[in-house]
Design a protein around this ligand. Structure first.
Ligand code: 6PG
Length: 256
């Protein structure tokens, strides 16, 4: 396991291959979820979309790990969503439902999906209102969306969640959820903003494959430039960041 890099509270773990990465990610998530439930009686978990997490969700949903987690005390949210209906093949909700939610005894009311089928700005406003209700502080404390675990991926262009290079969302300082038309995708996306990502107790990045090696190198070895490398924007002030990557994705990192 590589030593810590860069920011305090940031750990980079390089796993030999994808199966080892999947296993480490599922185990790490289960450990963090159990800790949240033990310490606070519940776990608030924000899931990532894309393809990398799918086998991790499958591992969490089966066998020994699934049995360890008190699913009735887990609340599932999403870090981002495509603006499509929930049964669309591109839906991050659908992927998580098929790989995880349909296989564990998590109450339906604990599933807090982003409504990608709605008008995007309306869907973003609705989700933010839902988060502010769920994470309402005890007055006069303001609400703070402090997730126990946030799972994120890394795009080959350095994006994370749906914070894409050159888009405004990466610099948002007030709103918790934004809808953005992503030029390079010619599609609308919903995304948590850095305001929420930086409030997390624990962020786990999951990165696999040689296709991500340049993006990972930029994250760790280029000066911070959040417009160019949005994943660099994620710096929880009172939280930890664990990067779980396979050796292929780490191929361009300078050895410690
Ligand atoms: C999404 C994700 C996105 C993803 C990266 C990596 O909605 O697509 O949230 O941020 O994590 O694009 O995707 P892969 O895991 O498919 O490489």
């Amino acid at each position: 396991m590589d030593a810590q890099r860069g920011e305090p509270g940031t750990t980079l773990e390089v796993l030999e291959d994808t199966p080892a990465l999947v296993s480490a990610a599922a185990t790490t998530m289960a450990r963090l979820m159990e800790r949240a439930i033990r310490e606070r009686g519940r776990c608030t978990l924000a899931l990532s979309g894309g393809s990398t997490p799918r086998p991790v969700y499958g591992r969490l949903a089966a066998g020994e790990l699934a049995d360890r987690i008190r699913w009735r005390d887990v609340h599932v949210f999403w870090g981002d969503e495509r603006c499509v209906p929930p049964d669309d093949a591109a839906s991050n909700y659908r992927m998580a439902r098929e790989a995880l939610l349909d296989h564990v005894p998590l109450p339906a009311e604990n599933v807090h999906r982003m409504h990608g089928e709605l008008d995007p700005p309306q869907a973003a406003a609705d989700y933010e209102a839902q988060l502010r209700r769920f994470f309402a502080g005890r007055p006069p404390l303001p609400p703070t969306a402090r997730f126990d675990v946030v799972l994120l991926g890394l795009g080959d262009d350095g994006h994370t969640a749906s914070l894409f290079p050159g888009q405004a969302a990466v610099r948002e300082t007030e709103r918790w959820v934004l809808a953005e038309y992503v030029e390079k995708l010619a599609a609308w996306r919903l995304t948590l903003t850095p305001v929420v990502l930086d409030a997390a107790r624990h962020v786990v990045f999951l990165v696999s494959g040689t296709g991500k090696a340049e993006a990972l190198r930029r994250v760790f070895q280029e000066p911070r430039d959040v417009d160019a490398v949005p994943a660099q924007a994620v710096r929880p002030s009172r939280g930890e960041v664990t990067w779980l990557v396979d050796r292929a994705a780490a191929g361009r990192l300078e050895p410690r």
